[in-house]
Design a protein around this ligand. Structure first.
Ligand code: COA
Length: 140
């Protein structure tokens, strides 16, 4: 089941986030994102929360900030389900979605390409040991 995140989910979301990003809980103020209308925070939950997606709503477009799937549940279509849910429920025709991803994050890039995101720019050496790709999709 996919639903909007609640403040009660914070502990689990921070555990998941910390598994993929150093100091996630102190870098991302998830509590304020959950309460703030400018953000969409979705979780995938069966018995437990297995994944989450953070989207920033700008005036004219969306920015995909982060998508994280618990390691043991990867490659089961969960990220795809979250992205599909977001597009179906929040986007309209011509909605633009932007994201930034490390050039060495091959799995995420494959996911985004599968969802018709295209590379529109490269930020050289943006990360410590990798370029950053800026990707965009226009919803049809
Ligand atoms: C990237 C990530 C979100 C993918 O989640 P997931 O639930 O495993 O993705 P899905 O099962 O929906 O896979 C969708 C597509 O992505 C690609 N993909 C995802 N994981 C892959 C892997 N390990 N190897 C190759 N392709 C992969 C494939 O094209 C896949 O489609 P397919 O199964 O039909 O071949 C997950 O690996 C993750 O949480 N990584 C750590 C956090 C991260 O890097 N987030 C992205 C940056 S914000």
């Amino acid at each position: 089941m996919i639903r909007n995140a609640k403040v009660n989910d914070l502990a689990k979301l921070n555990i998941l986030g910390n598994l993929v990003i150093n100091n996630f809980d102190t870098t991302y103020d998830l509590k304020s994102y959950i309460k703030d209308d400018k953000y969409i925070v979705l979780v995938d939950e069966q018995k437990d929360i297995k994944a989450f997606l953070i989207i920033l709503k700008n005036i004219n477009n969306f920015e995909l900030e982060l998508i994280v799937v618990d390691k043991q549940y990867r490659r089961c279509g969960i990220a795809s389900n979250l992205l599909t849910y977001f597009i179906d429920n929040y986007c309209q025709q011509k909605s633009e979605i932007y994201l930034e991803v490390a050039a060495d994050n091959a799995n995420a890039i494959k996911l985004y390409k599968k969802f018709n995101f295209e590379i529109i720019n490269i930020r050289k050496k943006y990360y410590y040991n990798s370029d950053a790709l800026i990707m965009k999709r226009v919803v049809e």
